[in-house]
Write a protein that binds this ligand. Structure first.
Ligand code: GLU
Length: 489
């Protein structure tokens, strides 16, 4: 490992003003992959300085979601609100150096300024009007009772450049950053008001020795401002990588209006953490040739690099996520699937210990059921819906009822019922079951297809469902086949 690789330190800096959003989680994935690829550290900083909107339950939701996805972090999370003194000290440093100043412009004056700019078809910006107030002018404003903000000087003729690890050479003009930037909210002039985002991020990233800032491309303009702050504070700037936005089906930025966007929602819908993490990796990153699309976070970390992160927005594709989820469910094997399904079944009162039908509570029976359902599952929750006719006797739907009216159908089922009568639960094997079907068909003078369809109708109440023979054997073991056939005669 090179010295450079050892010093990689990246961070996720979520604001706990909502639940863990897919965009934040995807940013977390890329940070984690890069940290693990480089043998570096993945850190968390909870940006909770918006006191009104930040809530401890959101912090809990975010940490829980990251943990669930398998995105482990390496040090105690830094809590931004506990670092107020350091943020204020940095603002004071900028004030002392003349790189920041107090601006007394009132909200009304700023609004009037913006209205004039709009009327003149100019972009809204602060016109730096209080940049060079004399001490007398300041005193006069203070005497009026005005409370200032603190602004950081951004010279119009500065050019800010950096080499973005995703987007390449980046260039911003100071002129396009909206004028001198507010770094502390209004407060009486002898104090420093609440420090604001761009300032605190720089102070904290510097203190945490962050080597690479990996975040969404909606932060690009902030990066230009933050680079000026690093310079003014005399701190080395990290490298930057701006990842593409996640887009909805219409190609617009994915937002709350698109419905499910919280990791906890995906989780509640039954998506597996493995599939979701896999999918998020594909949202903006292309795996190397030959790797396929189904891989673990560890496998992705081994080959991760920014050269394969796309610049274009990444469209959210439910079909791909669903496909991955089905893959993950199947590759886990029947027993693992059973362990995940059993609690969901139990919530419906199915298959618990002490159930009316003890066979349904038998792990071996449940494991066979899981194996039977596995291939048709997209979501774990499908394993609840599809298991229902195995735990409770379903009503016959129209197609099933129609099937029983087919000539010879009931006679064939009656012959089958008669043959089943003397058999105990453990008595029926696959070969014998096949033979019974043939005999019943022959007895009623119908094709084997008729008895098979009719049996499916009787057992599942529907003509759709998983493999018939396995279905039957399972329902025979739980003693449910004969009563279900008998009710159709
Ligand atoms: N709290 C900011 C956000 O959630 C952090 C952005 C950054 O990574 O600097 O957007």
């Amino acid at each position: 490992m090179t010295a450079e690789a050892r010093s990689v330190r990246v961070r996720l800096a979520p604001s706990p003003t909502g639940t863990l959003h897919i965009g934040t989680a995807r940013t977390a994935v890329f940070n984690w992959l890069f940290a693990r690829h480089s043998g570096g550290r993945f850190l968390l900083r909870i940006e909770d300085t918006d006191r009104e909107r930040s809530k401890p339950e959101y912090t809990a939701n975010i940490l829980d979601g990251l943990r669930w996805l398998g995105l482990d972090w390496d040090e105690e999370p830094v809590i931004q609100s506990q670092r107020l003194e350091q943020h204020r000290a940095a603002i004071q440093q900028l004030l002392d150096a003349g790189q920041a100043y107090r601006c007394y412009a009132s909200e009304e004056e700023l609004t009037a300024m913006r209205e004039q700019q709009a009327a003149a078809k100019q972009a809204p910006r602060y016109d730096n009007r209080h940049r060079d107030l004399s001490p007398e002018q300041e005193q006069a404003y203070i005497a009026e009772g005005r409370e200032p903000v603190v602004r950081f000087r951004i010279d119009d003729d500065r050019t800010i450049t950096w080499t973005d690890l995703v987007r390449g050479e980046m260039r911003w003009s100071g002129r396009d950053l909206g004028g001198d930037m507010v770094i502390a909210r209004r407060a009486p002039a002898h104090r420093i008001g609440d420090p604001l985002y761009n300032l605190v991020v720089v102070v904290d990233d510097a203190a945490m020795a962050i080597s690479h800032v990996i975040r969404g491309e909606d932060h690009i303009a902030n990066t230009a401002k933050q680079l000026l702050l690093y310079e003014a504070l005399g701190q080395p700037a990290p490298a930057f990588a701006h990842t593409p936005l996640i887009l909805n089906q219409e190609g617009k930025k994915l937002s709350k209006r698109d419905g499910v966007t919280s990791i906890s929602d995906f989780r509640a819908m039954g998506y597996s953490a493995t599939a979701l993490a896999n999918y998020m990796t594909l949202l903006g990153w292309s795996p190397p040739e030959g790797m396929g699309e189904r891989f673990s976070l560890q496998q992705a970390a081994a080959v991760f690099g920014f050269e394969r992160v796309n610049r274009a927005g990444a469209r959210f594709d439910w079909d791909k996520l669903n496909w991955l989820n089905g893959q993950v469910l199947r590759e886990q094997g029947a027993e693992s699937l059973r362990q995940q399904l059993a609690p969901l079944w139990a919530e419906r009162g199915w298959g618990q210990a002490g159930a009316a039908n003890p066979v349904q509570a038998d792990p071996a029976w449940q494991c066979q059921l899981s194996e039977l359902l596995g291939p048709s599952l997209t979501l774990l929750a499908d394993g609840v819906e599809q298991a229902e006719p195995f735990f409770t006797t379903p009503e016959l739907n129209d197609a099933a009822r129609a099937q029983l009216e087919v000539a010879g159908a009931r006679a064939a089922l009656a012959a089958l019922a008669e043959a089943l009568e003397p058999l105990t639960a453990s008595d029926l094997g696959a070969d014998q079951a096949q033979a019974l079907l043939s005999e019943a068909a022959a007895a009623a003078g119908v094709k084997k297809g008729v008895i098979m369809k009719s049996l499916r109708a009787a057992l599942l109440g529907s003509l759709q469902g998983p493999d018939l023979l396995t279905t039957w054997l399972l329902l025979h073991r739980s003693g449910d086949d004969l009563p279900r056939i008998a009710r159709c005669l």
